[in-house]
Structures are given as C-alpha cells and as structure tokens.
Design a protein around this ligand. Structure first.
Ligand code: ATP
Length: 395
C-alpha cells in the first residue's frame, strides 16, 4: 500500500488516562494505516488498547482519558480520495457494479463529504488536533466515519422506537424531512436483512433480539454511507449463529459499498475470513501490521507467533497441542521496561529487549514489526557489547 492509498494514517498516537494511582498509558505510540476500501482487523489480548485506539479516532475517549500525542490523519494524501470520488462517478456509469476495494458504488455520492474534508492545503485532516466537542469532528463522526459497538442493546435507547432513533440519526447528518428519513430507515433496515422493516421500525429495542438490535445499529451506522466503518467486537454479545450472520452481513455491505472497515476482534478465525490486512496490538502499541496471508503464514513478531500458536490452524495436525501464551498482559500502570512483551517472549534477548524500546522496522511495502530481531544494527551493537564485557571479565 502506498501512502496515497491510506484513508486513515495514525502516527505515534498516545492516549493516556490520568488516574489518582498514576497514568494509564492505554495507547502508547500507535502507528497504523487503513487503506481505502479494505478491511483491517485489529487483534490482541484484552486490555492492549484496541478500543481506545478506535475511540481516539472519533474523539470518544472519556475523561480522565485524552489523546496526549500523535496524529490521526484522515483522508488520503495525494488526492487519492478525490481519485476515488472520480472513479466512483465512472463506476456509476459503468455497467458493472463497483469492485471490492478502492472505489465505491454509492448511489448517493457518499464520498462528497470526504472530498470536502480532504480539501485542506495538506489534503488531510489531523483528527487528533480537532476539538473533541467541536463541529468539525462531530461532522466527521457518524458522517464519514461510523462506529458499531459491542453491546447493541446498550447503544440503543430503550425509551424510543427504532423509527425515532433511526430518523433522528439520519436527520442529524442529512437534510431530510421526517417522512423521507422514515422511508430511508425502512430501506436501510431491509438492506441489513431485517425481514419486516415497517414492523421493526415501530418496535422498541427491548422487543428485538440482540442480533436484530445489532442489525439496527449497523443500519444506523450505514445511513450516512461512511467511508470508514469501525466495528468494535460487534458480535461479542451475540450467539454463535447470529455472530456468523452479522459478520457475513458486514462483509457483504463492505463489498457492496466499498467502504473501508476497521474490525476489532479477538477471533482469529474471523480475521482469516474477512481481513485484507491485520494489525496486531500489544500493551498500547502496534507490534506488527501486514497483509492477512503474510501474518498467518509468515508471522514476524514473537507475539504474533504466540497468538497464532494459541489457535487451531488447518494443516497443523490434531496431535500438536495448542500453546497458551505464558503469563498475562501487564497492567498499563505496571509497564515493563524495553519491549513490553519481553517478560512473556520466548525469543527475548537479555540485556537488550528488557532495556531498549523496540524500533518499528519496515519489512516491506505493507509490512512492519516492532522488534529488535529485525534490526541488525541493534543486534550487532548488543553482540559487541556482550563480547566486550565478556573480555573484561576474563582479563
Ligand atoms: N476509563 C478508563 N480509565 C482507566 N483506564 C482505562 C479506561 N478505559 C480503558 N482503560 C484502560 O486502557 C487499556 C486499554 O483498554 P482497551 O479497552 O482499549 O483494551 P482492548 O484491547 O480493547 O480490550 P478488550 O479486548 O477487552 O476490549 C486497558 O488497560 C484499560 O484498563
């Protein structure tokens, strides 16, 4: 992926919580890129900062947390979003529907707002620099970038019908009469596979199943035809069959609209099924990012290897036992020096990994890992130092 293909680029993002007990460095130097029109899955054990990274993008981090450093660049550089808009116009005239990735089939011109947003002198907007309560970020949130959360029931108000909530959400961002918004709501509910949308519009959320509520939330998220949908473990609260249906729905919608998707999950099976790229997070940093096949077949970071060793994989053989990752993710208040993964790492180098923050090493155009094992200069220097101190010991 070239720089110009990135819809969202996060650089050195730090989001900290300022507690009486100390500073929780929930996100502590995240770098990642989301390409236009692709699905990027973010994985990692509980507490490693996946949700807070997503919330930081949208300015939804609650006090006492806040973004303290870094950039969240929105809108592709070098006019790529504008190119996508132009391609979109071409796609509308072409007989074939738009393809997965890059451009989008949008009967309503959903990229228009990104184009306006990207028409800054730099071509991109730094979301980290915007006032979290300001108009600008509110305009982008739920308009260009939408989010679907874990708990659909908690995201919908039990006091209002689906129709109330949908029409209100639609009218916040689009100039429509109540009647038009109602009709649009019905269209959206059928699009997310709700069989009797008129009936569902009149229901209260507590009258619907968890899966139906999540479909309603997805319909609301799609109402503005976002360029990016962030889905934060959208199926965790649902039973297995419903989980599979919701994931299929998201994949279909993504292919249909060409929106990019940032999908946060613990489930590596889902990652294998839907991801174009994978971001692996550990204790507030991205330890590896790459194309899904590379990550699964040639993982570089010891943490990625350990995660993959802990799940059943086709071809591994039934007799080979699964290995759990030893130890636990440390609390961010108790962050180890050097590489945060070193106390649990089978490949850690004493005197190096426990003291030197690991560099982010670019391993290919779309591939990077944050680990000293891929930085020959550091390894050589460490080996020289070791040899030097061994020599002194003998003298
Ligand atoms: N309001 C808060 N106050 C203090 N610390 C917080 C707060 N919210 C999150 N954190 C801390 O930030 C860290 C990252 O949390 P986050 O929710 O992003 O993890 P996660 O990777 O999404 O985990 P999970 O997979 O369990 O959702 C955790 O250590 C968490 O305890």
């Amino acid at each position: 992926m070239s720089q110009s293909d990135a819809l969202l680029t996060i650089e050195g993002l730090k989001t900290h919580f300022f507690l009486d007990e100390g500073v929780v460095r929930a996100v502590d130097g995240v770098d990642l890129r989301l390409p236009l029109g692709k699905t990027v899955c973010v994985v990692g054990e509980s507490g490693c900062g996946k949700s807070i990274t997503a919330r930081s993008i949208l300015g939804l981090v609650e006090s006492p947390g806040r973004v303290v450093e870094g950039h969240i660049w929105w809108g592709a550089g070098n006019g790529a979003v504008k190119d996508a808009v132009a391609n979109d116009a071409v796609a509308k005239e072409a007989p074939e529907p738009a393809r997965r990735g890059g451009t989008r089939k949008s009967p309503r011109g959903g990229h228009r707002r990104v184009q306006e947003a990207a028409s800054e002198p730099s071509g991109r907007i730094d979301l980290a620099g915007l006032d979290v309560r300001g108009e600008r970020l509110r305009g982008i949130r739920g308009n260009e970038i939408s989010m679907v959360f874990q708990e659909p029931m908690a995201s919908l108000s039990p006091m209002y019908t689906v129709a109330n909530q949908m029409t209100e959400a639609i009218r916040v961002h689009q100039p429509m009469s109540k009647e038009e918004a109602y009709q649009r709501g019905i269209e959206l509910l059928s699009r997310v596979g709700i069989p009797r949308p008129e009936q569902t519009m009149e229901a209260y959320p507590f009258q619907l199943s968890g899966g139906m509520c999540q479909r309603v939330m997805i319909a609301i998220a799609l109402s503005c035809e976002p360029s990016l949908l962030i889905a934060d473990e959208p199926t965790t609260a649902l039973d297995v069959t419903t989980q599979a249906r919701i994931i299929d729905l998201l994949v279909d919608l993504q292919a249909d609209t060409g929106m990019a998707m940032m999908f946060i999950t613990h489930d590596l099976g889902v990652v294998a099924e839907i991801a174009d790229e994978v971001v692996v997070m550990y204790l507030g940093t991205v330890v590896e990012q790459g194309a899904v096949d590379d990550i699964f077949h040639d993982p570089k970071h010891p943490y990625t290897k350990a995660l993959l060793d802990s799940i059943p994989m086709p071809g591994r053989g039934v007799r080979q036992p699964l290995r759990s990752i030893r130890g636990q993710v440390p609390h961010p208040l108790d962050r180890p020096a050097g590489c945060p993964f070193h106390p649990r790492c089978d490949e850690a180098i004493s005197g190096l990994c426990d003291s030197v923050p690991p560099p982010r090493v670019v391993l290919g155009e779309d591939r990077n890992a944050r680990c000293v094992l891929y930085e020959p200069n550091l390894l050589d220097e460490h080996a020289r130092r070791q040899a030097g101190s061994a020599g002194e010991g003998q003298a």
